[in-house]
Design a binder for this molecule. Sequence first.
Ligand code: SAM
Ligand code: SF4
Length: 328
Amino acid sequence: MSLVDTFGRVHDSLRISVTDRCNIRCFYCMPEEGAQFQPRAEILSFEEIERVVRVAVGQGVDKLRLTGGEPLVRRDLPILIARLAAIQGVRDLALTTNAVLLARDAHALHDAGLRRLNIHLDTLDRARFHQMTRRDDLPRVLDGIAAARALKFSIKLNAVAVRGLSEPDILPIARFCRDNDIEARFIEFMPLDAQNLWDRSKVLSADEILGEISTNISPLRAIPDSDPRAPATEYRYSDTGARVGVIASVTKPFCLNCNRLRLTSDGKVRYCLFAVEETDIKPLLRNGGSDIDIAGALRLTTAKKWLGHQIDSSRFVPPPRPMYSIGG
Ligand code: SAM
Ligand code: SF4
């Protein structure tokens, strides 16, 4: 069984949002005040998430990523990780986090079987971190990264690049990663912010970022055999061979190779971050739906998938939910 859309794309990757809550307030994701969260009763339980994953694995999914909101604010997350890691057929399990609580949780996550982390950090400058996230938590994030490195997690560092703001951060972030055995991943600013601040002129393009790094640190060469279905395009420094990736969602969309479905924390299945429609599977989970019904909902969502999001065209319509509520 596999989840194949009408364009022949096979969907073997599921991103699971475990909460829409967050402990910081990145300006390109959440409003400073008054974020609207789902009532707790609407959030899927660990049992419900595990059930959806088991059904999805039966449909060919073998790659899971937990996200949010901030997944580490979900109580007892390591218990969920251990349950998902134990499912036969799960080949890859990763977590995306802002790392504010990672020093507290790194050991428990490792004990639960997690080995891969994507840590989100846009700047090493404390004042700019505070400005961008409306919280003064850079030291905690750095402690979290140190704790994860000590446990030998495989780490990628996600940095969102916004024109007019992030230019001074590109080289320090790239150097920090290069020096600490971490793959830097620069992400183009996408129209998913809660306050509609995005416009095309604020996108600092992947090409500009790569050019800056190549000129000032060491020339970068594309890795020819990097996975075409992964969102990041990967490069290597010509001197050390260390990797750098870019996620050029706006200037070079990778929709044609997309293999991802998403499950929101309130039980909606989505075929795209930018989808304007979604399939609610909570009624199936809570009102006696069978596994066959859940598999049917996954297949239906996949079958409806569009060719691509067209962010860079005048036809683009932003999704009705901001990033934190969908799950990035
Ligand atoms: N809280 C966790 C974190 O920040 O990593 C997980 C959820 S967050 C929504 C996932 C990723 O989405 C982060 O790497 C974040 O930088 C990215 N992100 C959020 N809003 C974005 C936007 N408007 N454009 C591009 N990336 C964005
Ligand atoms: Fe929170 Fe992540 Fe959104 Fe930042 S990007 S506000 S850390 S959910």
